[in-house]
Design a binder for this molecule. Structure first.
Ligand code: CTP
Ligand code: MG
Length: 341
C-alpha cells in the first residue's frame, strides 16, 4: 500500500506535471513554423499538381504536441471528397518524386507497404520529421476531438503531456517499434478522466441538443461530437464538479490502470460513458484493448505482442511506485530512462 498523499507531496506532483507541459510544448513561434512549412510544401507541390491541399493533423493540432513531434500532414485534392478510385500508391510515389526536388528536404521516402501509405522526409531548417498521407479524413476528425477535450480543462492538457513524457521515458510510446502510439495513450488519459468520480470531462460524442444524436458520416462512421466547448457548462451537469489537483489525478491514473481497471473485461472506449465489454466487441484475444472513437472496428492495441503488453503493464506498475513514493523537493531533471525491475 502507498503512503497517504500529503499536501506537500501532492504539490510537488502538481509541479512535475505542469513542468512536463512547460518543458515540451512548442511556443507560438514554433507553432507558426509548422504552419509555414505546411504552406511552403503546399505551394511547392501545387507547381506540379494544382488543386493539392495540405492539412495539418495529429499533435501539431490536437493540443498535445511536443517541440520535436513529427509534422503529420494529410493531402487532399480540390473537388474530390474521398480517395475512392484514386491510385493512392502511385500518387504517393509521384509525390515523393516531386518532393525530392525540394532543396530544403532530405531522405524523401515513399512508404507504400504500410496500412496508411505515406511519404516520409526530414525538413532540414526545422529538424522536423514530416509524414504526408492521403485522405486520412478520420484522423482530421479525431484531431479535432482531442483538441476539444484539451480545451475543456487545463488538467487534461497537463495529464496528457505527463503521460507522453512518461511513455517516452519508459520506451513504451512508439507504435512503429511494437508499442502503442501517442494517440492511444492520449485516449487512455481521456478515458480515465471520463470514468473518474466525479468525472473531469464528459463523453463529447454523447452530448447533443437535438432530440436525436446528429449523424455526420465520414468513411461510413459517425464523426459527430459536441464541439461548442463554451456551451458545455449549460449542457453537462457534471461540469466543474471534479476539483482534484493534477498531481492527484496523475497518481489516480497510475492507480486506475494498475489496480482498478479490468483489462480482461473492459474496453478503453471514450465515445460513451457506459462500460463496454471486450466480449461484446469480440476483442478477447488481446489484453490491452483501446477502441478508436470513430473507427469502431479499430483496436489500437491490436498490434501488441504478449511480451510488449507485459512490458507496458510493468512500466505502469513501476510508475505508480515511483510517483507514489514521496520525495522532499522538486526533482532536478528527467530520468534518462525509468528503471523497470
Ligand atoms: N492516428 C490514428 N490512428 C492511429 C494512429 C494515429 O488516427 N492508430 C492519427 C491521430 O490523429 C494522431 C495522428 O494520426 O494524432 C498522428 O499520429 P502520431 O504522429 O503517431 O501521434 P501524434 O498524436 O501526432 O503524437 P506525436 O507528438 O507523438 O507525434
Ligand atoms: Mg505526430
Amino acid at each position: 500500500p502507498l503512503p497517504a498523499l500529503t499536501p506537500k507531496f501532492s504539490n510537488i506532483l502538481d509541479q512535475v506535471c505542469i513542468q512536463c507541459y512547460k518543458d515540451f510544448a512548442p511556443n507560438i513561434i514554433e507553432d507558426q513554423a509548422r504552419e509555414h512549412i505546411r504552406q511552403n510544401l503546399e505551394s511547392f507541390i501545387r507547381q506540379e499538381f494544382p488543386g493539392t491541399r495540405l492539412n495539418l493533423f495529429g499533435s501539431s493540432k490536437n493540443g498535445f504536441g511536443f517541440k520535436q513531434s513529427d509534422l503529420d500532414i494529410c493531402m487532399t485534392i480540390d473537388g474530390l471528397e474521398t480517395s475512392e478510385g484514386l491510385d493512392c500508391i502511385r500518387i504517393i510515389e509521384e509525390l515523393a518524386r516531386v518532393l525530392k526536388k525540394h532543396s530544403g528536404l532530405r531522405n524523401v521516402l515513399p512508404i507504400t507497404t504500410a496500412k496508411v501509405p505515406i511519404v516520409k522526409f526530414f525538413h532540414v531548417r526545422s529538424s522536423l520529421e514530416v509524414d504526408i498521407s492521403l485522405y486520412n479524413t478520420l484522423a482530421l476528425h479525431n484531431t479535432r476531438l482531442l483538441s476539444s477535450y484539451a480545451a475543456i480543462d487545463s488538467r487534461v492538457k497537463y495529464l496528457c503531456y505527463t503521460m507522453k513524457v512518461f511513455t517516452k521515458m519508459c520506451d513504451i510510446g512508439d507504435a512503429s517499434r511494437g508499442s502503442l502510439s501517442s494517440y492511444a495513450y492520449t485516449l487512455m488519459v481521456l478515458y480515465f478522466l471520463q470514468q473518474r468520480n466525479p468525472p473531469v470531462i464528459p463523453a463529447l460524442q454523447e452530448i447533443y441538443k437535438e432530440p436525436k444524436k446528429p449523424e455526420i458520416l465520414v468513411d461510413g462512421w459517425n464523426v459527430y461530437f459536441f464541439d461548442k466547448i463554451d456551451e458545455l457548462p449549460a449542457c453537462w451537469p457534471d461540469y466543474g464538479s471534479n476539483t482534484e489537483s493534477v498531481g492527484e489525478l496523475w497518481l489516480g491514473l497510475l492507480r486506475f490502470y494498475t489496480e482498478e481497471f479490468d483489462f480482461k473485461e473492459h474496453v478503453i472506449c471514450i465515445r460513451r460513458k457506459n462500460l463496454l465489454t471486450t466480449f461484446k466487441k469480440q476483442w478477447t484475444s488481446k489484453y490491452i484493448v483501446i477502441e478508436d472513437p470513430f473507427d469502431l472496428n479499430h483496436n489500437l492495441g491490436a498490434g501488441l505482442s504478449r511480451k510488449m503488453t507485459n512490458f507496458i503493464m510493468k512500466a505502469f506498475i513501476n510508475g505508480r511506485r515511483v510517483f507514489g513514493t514521496p520525495i522532499k523537493g522538486f526533482p532536478k531533471e528527467y530520468p534518462s530512462k525509468m528503471e523497470y525491475f
